[in-house]
Design a protein around this ligand. Structure first.
Ligand code: SAM
Length: 213
């Protein structure tokens, strides 16, 4: 039996029931497996750029769901038939953005969990005709960003692009902890800096402190 981490449970919680689903860069396939197991999706595509990684997911899903999935070794969504909902998790924001930009179709709903550079993902989905429904930081040992969107129109301010809209509006605990950590790292770095660098860092610290309020 597969036990989902808090990160994967959190992701799963934002996936909606659907007929067709694609888990891009699925690796172990735990989320796709949980989607089929819970009946939240009827059919899913599991993809990975690495055949070796995809094999893990194929083996897992074959145990109970042969006939309910198709596996494709591919870069992102290339060659994947149109589905309602797409998950791309556990990759850098730049890779996720490239996958979305090169996709043959736009799924109605995207659940995205970049490991870094979430601002790239926000920028890309907004430019691609999505509205962002949820955009916040959570913690499962490390800090993670979760971005959920559906087709539509939306507008983000520069700060929302950098920090995430729900982080700024609701200030979840994980986000506050992350920003406090950033401030503390910057503060401890300043003694070794020259005056010009110190002023620049002070500006950033002031901005981050303002955000925490
Ligand atoms: C760290 S794992 C994340 C697995 C899973 N999605 C998760 O969140 O736990 C990243 C996976 O993405 C795959 N990957 C990286 N770049 C990719 C791309 N351009 N297209 C498809 N898969 C990719 C890797 O081979 C790897 O299996």
């Amino acid at each position: 039996m597969t036990k989902l981490s808090l990160r994967l449970k959190t992701i799963l919680g934002y996936l909606e029931p659907c007929d067709s689903f694609a888990d891009v860069g699925c690796d172990h396939g735990y989320v796709a497996n949980a989607m089929l197991k819970s009946g939240k999706c009827k059919f899913c595509y599991i993809t990975d750029i690495s055949a070796e990684c995809l094999k893990k997911a194929e083996d897992l899903l074959s145990e109970n769901f042969s006939g309910n999935f198709k596996s494709i070794v591919t870069d992102g969504l290339k060659g994947v038939p149109k589905v309602e909902q797409v998950l791309i998790a556990g990759m850098g924001g730049e890779i996720i953005s490239e996958i979305l930009k090169n996709a043959d179709f736009l799924a109605n709903r995207l659940v995205l969990q970049p490991m870094k550079n979430p601002e790239k993902v926000r920028e890309t989905v907004l430019k691609s005709g999505y509205r962002i429904l949820k955009d916040y930081t959570f913690k499962d040992g490390k800090f993670y960003d979760l971005i959920v969107c559906e087709k539509g129109e939306d507008f983000y301010t520069v700060d929302e692009l950098v920090y995430g809209r729900d982080n700024l509006r609701q200030k979840p605990d994980a986000f506050k902890e992350l920003i406090a950590k950033r401030i503390s790292v910057l503060q401890s770095a300043t003694p070794s800096m020259n005056e010009q660098e110190r002023l620049k860092i002070k500006e950033i610290i002031n901005k981050l402190t303002e955000i925490l309020k």
